[in-house]
Design a protein around this ligand. Structure first.
Ligand SMILES: NC(=O)c1ccc[n+]([C@@H]2O[C@H](COP(=O)([O-])OP(=O)(O)OC[C@H]3O[C@@H](n4cnc5c(N)ncnc54)[C@H](OP(=O)(O)O)[C@@H]3O)[C@@H](O)[C@H]2O)c1
Length: 331
């Protein structure tokens, strides 16, 4: 089968599209069992780009096929999974998704709602489960609260806007350009603030009356301003560090303003807790049915163009989810 491969850890330019053997019906998280999926679309995300340089926390030895999530058609499934050949599904593969055939553990494979196409399906799990976990569970977001989302036009960002709206929040998006502002507005943001605004995004957040929950996939030097933007008892949820540096907190700030910094590491939490993944899947299905969640697919590439998809994210040019589309192939 055809697959994208990371054969050395020197960045997206070293990616190749190669022929490799199809995988066994077994996943490392559930040895001896797994759902085999004929892939129709595979998600590409910031952590995949970090993996091309060996900079992500999950560091397999090369050569390996990247790809944490796919959408496609079940080829085979364990009897206890409740899935059958021919079912449309989305699955978290962790690795190996950017290929014609991939394997996901059954507890991380979800029926794809009819309303979503393949590319939207490949954009659904990683970002929306992270957004729900970060906002609802870790951030304890309540209806009527005001959420600020950094990197709001990105994959996690657009997902977080939609999930926050579904949870009844008012959403403030922070982005770096006017085209990205438009993406955030279309995803449902109520207010958009530009990072390079003359008076800064913090002034805009304060003018709105302050923030209850900041969702931060960016980190870096805006972190202290995020703390300054919080109302009393506000929460800053740490999701990632696309800005390149890991901020430090002077904890007197938390004491003086009665605020919290909260970590949200979705994968580490959910992998040993399949029941959390299932409950989140059900919550998201309801948000899809109610029209709140519709994954934003910002760019589509053919599998053979995989390296271009990585470069788009690497150059900060991506909006929404970047997806590789896999042409139908004989199974
Ligand atoms: N904690 C978890 O469980 C979890 C789960 C999934 C992902 N993540 C993390 O969440 C982060 C976002 O992932 P994603 O897939 O949403 O990424 P993405 O689609 O590439 O979006 C990231 C956003 O970060 C902003 N950004 C600010 N400085 C940047 C820089 N120097 N380079 C690149 N982007 C920069 C960009 O927005 P502007 O240009 O508008 O500033 C960009 O839209 C990653 O760090 C990822 O590892 C964490």
């Amino acid at each position: 089968m055809r697959a994208v491969q990371i054969s050395e850890l020197s960045g997206p330019d070293a990616l190749r599209v190669v022929d490799v053997d199809e995988p066994e019906a077994s996943h490392p998280l559930t040895p001896g069992e797994g759902v085999v999926i004929d892939v129709r679309a595979a998600g590409v995300a910031f952590p995949d780009v970090l993996q091309t340089r060996g900079l992500y926390q999950y560091k397999p030895d090369p050569p390996f096929v990247p790809g944490a999530e796919v959408a496609g058609i079940v080829r085979s499934a364990p009897p206890a999974s409740g899935l059958a050949p021919g079912d449309r599904v989305a699955g978290v593969t962790m690795l190996g998704g950017m290929a014609e055939v991939a394997v996901a553990p059954s507890f991380m494979t979800f029926r794809l709602p009819d309303a979503l196409g393949w590319a939207e399906g490949a954009a659904l799990l990683f970002n929306y489960h992270t957004a729900h976990f970060s906002l609802a569970r870790r951030g304890r977001l309540a209806a009527g609260e005001r959420v600020l989302v950094h990197g709001a036009a990105g994959g996690v960002g657009t997902a977080s806007i939609q999930v926050a709206k579904a949870l009844g929040a008012e959403v403030v998006a922070v982005v770096s350009s006017e085209p990205k502002a438009e993406v955030a507005r279309r995803a449902g943001a109520d207010h958009v603030l530009l990072t390079d605004a003359a008076d800064g995004w913090l002034a805009g957040a304060k003018a709105l009356g302050g923030i209850d929950v900041v969702l931060d996939p960016v980190g870096g030097d805006r972190f202290t301003d995020s703390l300054r933007s919080l109302r009393e008892e506000g929460r800053l949820v740490v999701v990632g560090f696309t800005g390149g540096s890991i901020p430090e907190v002077k904890v007197n700030r938390l004491l003086l303003r009665n605020t919290e910094v909260v970590g949200a590491g979705w994968g580490a939490f959910v992998m040993p807790r399949p029941e959390v993944a299932r409950a989140t899947g059900e919550a998201l299905d309801a948000m899809i049915a109610d029209g709140f969640v519709r994954p934003v697919v910002g760019a589509r590439f053919a599998l053979e163009e995989g390296p271009d998809a990585f470069r788009l994210i690497d150059e900060r040019g991506a909006t929404g989810k970047v997806v590789l589309e896999v042409a139908a192939h004989p199974s």
